[in-house]
Design a binder for this molecule. Structure first.
Ligand code: SF4
Length: 298
């Protein structure tokens, strides 16, 4: 992350547009958590962009006064990648829903993660598609009766924590919208992380999802760092073993809903490699594309 630090209160990151989400939507807490993280990090709104796709949660950039891009369904991540390539100095945060990110846009996540692009991917996971009125998404639980699966989904939910670890994300965490302060702290760490950071936020949809509610999550929450002692966050094998338990709460009687930091690794970023590549080609940061064509013609 590159920043020109400013001193702004969290509310100064909000635009004057009123959110149109339903009362009680978990996504309200995510906006507050992002504003809190931006404030603590001193993110300059003129040097930051919040990118989204399509869906209830993807309206989020409208409520902020950073630059924003409400893009196409499944295409938020490539838009963010393009922006980061053009403006590596900017803070780039993508905010999207679970269906958008892991179904329609599923193929896009691997590449910025494996390249360790210095950007943050925040998923507001309500375990179904809300904007299209309760269709099953990749993270819907087995048996979930959505509008497209009236007899109950026969698919196992996608483990997005394990997936992002396997893709090579260098910061992987899960948070819960009902704990906005903790969520703000995790988002702050994610944005401050130099490299690709992924935060899955369990964000209930009280309008449609009558199973994964605030009342459901609260008694089942377990902090993997504080309560389970998952401290060795640079060990990918341990992180993968821990991530294997994220759906225990669905399949086991006493299964818990895990939150916290699964994995963090310091590693050279894609932007640093690109800068080095430019230097190795012509010895300075002012890469001259026309020289490539001259070389090609010669
Ligand atoms: Fe939030 Fe659900 Fe309402 Fe969409 S439908 S705004 S996800 S509560």
């Amino acid at each position: 992350m590159t920043m020109q630090a400013v001193e702004l209160k969290p509310k100064q990151y909000r635009s004057d547009i009123e959110p149109t989400w339903c009362p009680g939507c978990g996504d309200f807490a995510v906006v507050s958590a992002i504003c809190s993280a931006y404030s603590k990090l001193g993110v300059n709104p003129n040097n930051a962009a919040t990118i989204s796709g399509i869906g209830c949660s993807s309206r989020l950039p409208l409520w902020l006064n950073t630059f924003g891009f409400h893009s196409c369904h499944g295409r938020a991540v490539p838009v963010a990648v393009g922006l980061k390539m053009a403006r590596p100095d900017m803070t780039v945060v993508t905010t999207i829903g679970d269906g958008d990110c892991f179904s329609i846009g599923g193929g896009h996540n691997a590449h910025p993660a494996r390249r360790n692009m210095d950007m943050t991917l925040i998923v507001m996971d309500n375990n179904m598609y809300a904007l299209t009125k309760d269709q099953c998404s990749p993270t819907s639980r087995e048996g979930y009766k959505g509008s497209t699966n009236p007899y109950g989904s026969i698919d196992a939910p996608m483990n997005t924590i394990s997936l992002m670890l396997a893709y090579g994300a260098t910061f992987v965490a899960q948070a819960y919208a009902g704990s906005p302060k903790v969520t703000g702290d995790i988002i702050q760490q994610a944005i401050a992380h130099k490299g690709f950071s992924f935060v899955n936020i369990l964000s209930p949809c009280p309008t449609y999802n009558k199973i994964e509610t605030f009342q459901y999550f609260k008694p089942r929450l377990q902090d993997i760092n504080e309560e389970l002692g998952h401290k060795d966050i640079g060990d990918k094998t341990k992180a993968l073993a821990m991530s294997d338990k994220v759906y225990d709460h669905i399949y086991k009687e006493d299964g818990k809903v895990l939150t916290g930091l699964f994995y963090k690794e310091e590693k050279v970023t894609f932007e640093e490699k690109v800068a080095d590549l430019k230097k190795s080609y012509n010895g300075d940061d002012n890469f001259d594309v026309s020289k490539l064509f001259e070389d090609f013609k010669a």
